[in-house]
Design a protein around this ligand. Sequence first.
Ligand code: HEC
Length: 167
Amino acid sequence: MSALIGVLKSVAALCLALAIFYVMNLAAGALYTQRGLEQPAYVILADDAPAEAAAEAPSFEELLANASAASGERLFRECQACHRVEEGVHGVGPSLYGVVGRDVASFDDFRYSAAFSAIEGVWTPERIDALITNPQGFARGTAMTYAGMRRASDRADVIAYLQSLGM
Ligand code: HEC
């Protein structure tokens, strides 16, 4: 008999504990919603410098101003499969000697695609940047079957190298 009473006491104690837990939970929930504390009551102040740096990616002008022609010469290996830098010497692609500031598709002895022949104006650094970022995006149908150079600083380096050629 006393064993049964012991068990009943334990069950009662457990029920009471659960009930108290439930009520406290409710009370806490009410407190939170009343005070609008769904928001954390305190904020850990993280160093937000990296976020700022990401928001302010350097402009193309800044990249070009700080570009390295020497690094560009190494990166130009990607272009060398098709382009030569000697004046007037063409490969799969036209010579890139003095290309910065040159008219687009200006060689009579190179067969440009219709897509390129239709482009007016000169090769500004910005235009070359757009071309080598994504040739097909720059001029759909271009014969320049190059996948594109992903890093903006790499592209600026290559353009700095191209700029240095005619000098
Ligand atoms: C797979 C070959 C290939 C690769 C690699 C390639 N190009 Fe070209 N490129 C061409 C061809 C072909 C043309 C002519 C495009 C046309 O007529 O549509 C061209 C045209 C150009 C022109 C315009 C020249 C003009 O006379 O108007 C520039 C500038 C240029 N490429 C830069 C680059 C640079 C910089 C790279 C490397 C990052 C590169 N290309 C990589 C094949 C290539």
